[in-house]
Design a protein around this ligand. Structure first.
Ligand code: PHE
Length: 468
């Protein structure tokens, strides 16, 4: 048994008993797979458009580098030192009991997110299937043109009581199969296929989009900074977007880092993961802005679901080989959503199996089977149950708001406070330097951010949510 003293000489963590990713590439693919999701594809371009183009991009990059990476490193360090799930990691490194509640909050938040994210993943899957079958183009009653066709299509699909459910269930089943197969044979293998494929599709789209007639006007729009739009509110948005996009505060990175090989350089990994996530977001900008400018579709059409389910299909309809582009795009979107749902689900799967010492198959079923009911509620809350409101929101939006806007920032603040002030002396440094075997010049600035800057700024994000 290989034992590593984790700073505190009384605490030994058994590094050999925990399964690890088989390769560095697989480890990066899985982590990037979690980060790259709907946040990159539909949230980022909308934020850029609303908030001053490249000016927002600059603020966003600053948030990723100055805050995202240090917070990510806190999760990595805790996860690898703890060699357990998001709750167990605190216990294993010797944290006092109340800190485990921070892990508990992350597990709860991630499960709440899973309930509605699975529904959206189902939508992407339906659009993939419809693109393959050609059904996406089938006429709809009352439509008066391309835009109204796709708008009506999305509306009738999302608010339907049966169709979205079938697709959500399909995504749950795929999650069950991948997760039961395990960390190496399931998560890692799937990510090794999905991520390269996703990048190839992205590059293809970027080439096509950049050769459209409106490309230079679109790029001008995307890359021309309008600093007058940068208000404190926009900075807060950028920070929230960075946290969501990097999958921070949900216990995912704590859980995954426990599967990282012991010689993994955490600082390097956090930089690679953040930059790849950023690259995908920027590439989406390079794809979307030239396309929507060419076809005059900006404005309302840039908003979230409308962008991907209405505006982009409208773009594809005006390109030769419409069906091919639709298939490729929804394949990209489905892969991005799938790798994210897998990572969110793994947080609770790992927690249940560590906590109750039960096998993987059982814990996967315990975590994923209830989703058939819970995601059903989320899905129906967009249609037949849309008048069931709590605090003025349907169930779907309620879960989204409470988990992403409240629980995630609160969890992240406590995580930073723990890693900055309360973690056993030397643990953070040992993890960043692999017990002194690699140099890490970033340790001091990272610790400074984690101690002082990150908790403060995340508090600002949290408070601003209430006074908006
Ligand atoms: N990071 C993902 C994205 O950008 C979102 C996500 C949220 C992933 C929660 C996992 C958990 O879409």
């Amino acid at each position: 048994m290989i034992k590593f003293a984790c700073n505190n000489p009384n605490i030994f963590v058994d590094m050999a008993s925990k399964i690890q990713f088989a390769s560095k590439i697989g480890m990066i693919a899985a982590t990037v797979g979690s980060a790259v999701g709907l946040g990159n594809v539909w949230r980022f371009p909308a934020e850029v458009q609303a908030n001053g183009g490249a000016a927002f991009l600059l603020v966003y990059v600053a948030c990723v580098l100055l805050l995202g990476i240090p917070v990510m490193l806190s999760e990595f360090a805790l996860g690898r030192a703890g060699q357990s799930d998001a709750v167990g990691a605190f216990g294993k490194v010797g944290a006092a009991r109340p800190w485990k509640a921070v892990g508990g909050l992350a597990v709860l938040a991630s499960y709440m997110i899973l309930c509605f994210y699975m529904v959206v993943a189902g939508w992407t899957f339906e659009y993939l299937l419809q693109s393959i079958s050609g059904g996406l183009l089938d006429p709809i009653s009352g439509e008066t043109g391309l835009h109204s066709h796709y708008a009506a299509k999305m509306d009738s699909f999302i608010t339907d009581s049966v169709n979205p459910l079938v697709n959500t269930y399909m995504m749950i089943l795929i999650n069950i199969v991948v997760l039961i197969a395990g960390v190496r044979k399931g998560i890692e293998r799937m990510s090794n296929v999905a991520m390269p494929l996703l990048f190839v599709i992205l590059v293809l789209f970027a080439v096509v989009s950049l050769s459209l007639p409106g490309a230079s006007a679109g790029l001008d729009y995307f890359l021309h900074p309008d600093f007058s739009k940068i208000t404190p509110g926009v900075v807060v948005n950028a920070l929230g977007q960075a946290f969501f996009s990097l999958s921070l505060g949900m216990g995912i990175l704590i859980t995954y880092a426990a599967y990282y090989p012991k010689d993994t350089r955490l600082v390097q990994t956090s930089v690679v993961v953040s930059l790849l996530d950023l690259l995908v977001a920027v590439m989406m900008g390079l794809i979307i802005f030239p396309a929507v400018t060419t076809f005059g579709l900006s404005g309302e059409g840039m908003q979230g679901a409308t962008l991907v389910f209405v505006t982009l299909p409208e773009v594809f309809a005006q390109l030769p080989a419409t069906q091919l582009w639709a298939i490729l795009f929804f394949l990209l979107l489905t892969l991005a959503a799938l790798t994210s749902t897998i990572s969110i689900a793994e947080v609770t799967v790992a927690f249940i199996s560590d906590k109750f010492k039960i096998g993987r198959v059982k814990s996967c079923l315990i975590v994923l089977l209830p989703l058939f009911a819970l995601s059903t509620v989320c899905s129906l809350s967009m249609g037949p149950w849309s008048d069931v409101l709590v605090c003025g929101m349907n169930i779907f939006d309620l879960l989204d708001n409470v988990a992403t806007n409240l629980m995630l920032p609160i969890g992240s603040i406590f995580l930073c406070v723990y890693m900055g002030w309360f973690a056993p002396k030397g643990m953070f440094k040992d993890q960043l330097t692999n017990f002194g075997t690699v140099r890490s010049r970033l340790y001091v600035p990272v610790l400074f951010v984690v101690r002082y800057i990150a908790p403060l700024l995340i508090c600002v994000v949290l408070v601003s949510y209430f006074i908006r």
